[in-house]
Design a binder for this molecule. Sequence first.
Ligand SMILES: *Cc1c(COP(=O)(O)O)cnc(C)c1O
Ligand code: SF4
Length: 338
Amino acid sequence: MIPLSELHAESDWQVELQAVVRSGRQLLSQLGLDAQAVGYSELAGEDFPLKVPQSFISRMTHGDPDDPLLRQVLSVSAELLQVPGFGDDPVGETRDNITHPGVIQKYHGRALLILSGGCAINCRYCFRRHFPYNENRNSREEWLHAVRHIADDPSISEVILSGGDPLLVSDQQLKSLVGQLAAIPHLQRLRVHSRLPIVLPSRVTAGLVNALAGTRLQSVLVVHSNHGNEINTEVKNALRKLSSGKITLLNQAVLLAGINDTEDELADLSEQLFTAGVLPYYLHLLDRVRGAAHFEVTARRGLELITQLENRLPGYLVPRLVREDAGEPAKARVTAAP
Ligand SMILES: *Cc1c(COP(=O)(O)O)cnc(C)c1O
Ligand code: SF4
C-alpha cells in the first residue's frame, strides 16, 4: 500500500496541465523524429489541436516513428482525407438524448453528466473531436440544475461523470458534487469515466481518493488505456491507490489500427492493467468520426482478436467487444461480423 501522504498535491497536476505540449514540432524534436517521415500535419492540428502531457510523452520510445502512444496523439495528413461514412457526430450525442443541459440519458437507470468539455490529452480517434465544446462551460448553476433533474427522476440509480474529462475539475468541486449526489436517496452508484489517471497520474491526489472512497455511493472508476506501454510504474502506483480503497476500477480501450490491433498487445494491456488492480471492461470498435478512418479495424478482425484472447487469458481479462450505435437500448455487443 502507498500511504496517502505519498500522493501528489493538487497543485502538481495543475502545473503539469499548464505545461502540456501543443506543438507537433516540439513533440517530434523531443523524440528525435522527422516531421515528414512520420506524416505530421500542422493543418490537421488546426481542426483538432494537438495536446499531450509530458508524462505521456515520457513513455514513448525515442526515435520510433510507429510508437503506439505517439500515434494516438500526433496530427497526421491522413486525417484530412474525406472518407464516406465518417461524419461529425457518429454516436448521435448532439442530436438525441440531451434531456437537460449537460445531461445525456441514453440507457436505462443511468444518467451521464457532462462535467468538463476539455481533456488533458487530445486523442486523434476521439468521437468528440468535432464537438463545439467550450472548455469552461459548466457553471455552478448548470450543475445545480443537472443535480435537481437527477433528484427528480427516481428511475436513475447511477450517475456517470463524463466529459471531456470530468477529473479536470478540482478536488473541492468534485467533493462538493459527490456530496450533492450522495444526498439523492435513489442513487446507488457513482461512475467516473476518465483518462487522467493514465495520461496524468499525478491527478490521483489524496483529495480524489477521498472524494470517491468516502461517499455512501458505490464508486466505479472507468479509465481509458489502449496500450500496455501506457501503464508505467507511476500509473500503477496511482491506480493501486485507487483500487485499495473501495473503488472498483475498470478499463475501456478503443481498438485502433497500428496501435493495439494484435493479440500480443491486447493481452499485454489486460495483464498490465490487472497488475494495477484494473479489469478490462470494453474494447470499442472505432466510432466513425471524420479524420479517424485510418484507425479503423473491422468487426471481423476484432472478433478474431477476442477469440485469440479467450484462448490465452483467464476470462476476466478478456474485454467485451462493443460498438456504439445511435438509438439502441444498450451498447451493442459485437458477436458476429456483418
Ligand atoms: C456508454 C454510456 C453509458 C454506460 O453504458 P454501460 O454499458 O453501462 O457502460 C451510459 N450513458 C451513455 C450516454 C453512454 O454513452
Ligand atoms: S481523453 Fe477521451 S474524451 Fe478526451 S480526447 Fe481522449 S478519447 Fe476523447
